[in-house]
Design a protein around this ligand. Structure first.
Ligand SMILES: Nc1ncnc2c1ncn2[C@@H]1O[C@H](COP(=O)(O)OP(=O)(O)OP(=O)(O)O)[C@@H](O)[C@H]1O
Ligand SMILES: [Mg+2]
Length: 337
């Protein structure tokens, strides 16, 4: 081993020593950590943090490292880089097909699989995530110019217009204002959140256009009911993502069969298997189907997502969401469902 190798090895050792002494939740922010004659120099990414959170981060690093015998002095340099998080959009061409319900339940299921997930309610005009995630009473706060996401009771952070302005007010916003609102939410202090799910409004309006320009998702999930009309609309929504080079992760069939609560008979008010055939014709992966059940609707209204059920996949209303969340998890891991 020559001198260069020697010094490289000792630099790496120092870096490992310093990194290990830091709290786990901030390790991902550390760009570099050096030790020179008793002085620890840490460079950390803090572009997503407001003033107070930056101060806290600095203190955390100082306190953690000043306890080490090798360290006499700690210097912290915070840089403005923002950690890149994965963004997945949930869209449809038609309204009312279950985007918001799916977004909530996928987020909860992924969080239960150990992922750090945030939900962005992109529906600036008709937000529903505050109700679905039981955060209706919470008002979003800010740290400097950064919004602070709200912790839902289900291990998922979230931000929605429903937590930002009084009901009804947001409805007046159009065009660029709507896009700006979405940017502010994406740019919030998401902390260690690694994955953001955006619940989009229906169609291809202002929010979608601004999202494609400023916060292009890494992938998109499309939702449709088995009705012909919803399918055609899904194709149109898919075009938006394709034109913007956003990979379509797959298509979900919602409200695909109705289980009668009295006799258990399954009827298919919107037809059967249509979305899967359609997905295969368009060469888009089919992610799964979610039956129409009374429980799913009531759970949405009550802010108790089926995916949060204690019974996990043994709960028949949770299972379809968990199956789709697993496909999404595979896609996140290796780009294939
Ligand atoms: N699988 C399902 N079973 C029963 N009800 C469902 C199911 N999926 C969605 N719903 C209900 O259908 C309604 C519309 O669902 P949701 O709000 O999720 O759709 P959306 O596509 O987000 O609508 P919008 O376009 O208005 O944003 C809600 O009342 C919801 O509870
Ligand atoms: Mg919705």
């Amino acid at each position: 081993m020559n001198n260069d190798d020697n010094s490289k090895a000792s630099l790496e050792q120092d870096e490992a020593l310093l990194r290990e002494a830091l709290p786990v939740e901030i390790q991902g922010r550390v760009r570099s950590a050096r030790l020179k004659e008793g002085r620890a120099i840490v460079v950390a990414e803090a572009g997503d943090l407001g003033a107070k959170a930056r101060e806290e981060l600095e203190k955390l690093i100082e306190n953690a490292l000043s306890g080490l015998t090798q360290v006499d002095e700690v210097r912290v340099a915070l840089i403005a880089d923002r950690r890149r998080r994965m963004i997945i959009a949930v869209g449809s061409g038609k309204g009312g097909v279950g985007k918001s319900t799916l977004t909530t339940n996928l987020a909860v299921a992924l969080a239960r699989m150990g992922r750090k997930v945030g939900v962005i309610d992109g529906d600036i005009y008709g937000p529903s995530q505050a109700r679905l995630l039981a955060t209706e009473k919470a008002k979003a706060k800010a740290d400097g110019d950064k919004l602070i996401p709200i912790e839902s009771p289900y291990g998922v952070k979230m931000l929605s217009m429903g937590n930002l302005v009084a009901q009804g007010k947001a409805l007046a916003w159009r065009g660029p204002m709507a896009g700006k609102a979405l940017n502010q939410i994406v740019d919030a202090q998401w902390g260690d959140t690694e994955l953001l799910l955006i619940d989009l409004p229906p169609g291809t309006g202002d929010v979608q256009i601004s999202m494609m320009a400023d916060n292009k998702p890494d992938g998109a999930v499309l939702v449709s009911t088995p009705q012909d009309l919803a399918l055609l609309d899904a194709a149109r929504a898919g075009q938006l993502f394709e034109d913007g080079d956003v990979p379509i992760i797959g298509l979900v069939e919602n409200m695909s069969g109705y289980a009668c609560p009295d006799c258990g008979h399954i009827s298919n008010p919107f037809g059967e298997g249509g979305v899967e055939k359609f997905a295969s014709a368009l060469e888009i992966p089919f992610l799964g189907r979610i039956p129409l059940t009374m429980e799913t609707r009531l759970a949405g209204d009550a802010g108790k997502p089926p995916a949060a059920s204690d019974k996990g996949a043994d709960d028949e209303n949770a299972k379809p969401f968990i199956v789709i969340a697993e496909a999404l998890d595979r896609w996140i891991r290796n780009g294939k469902v």
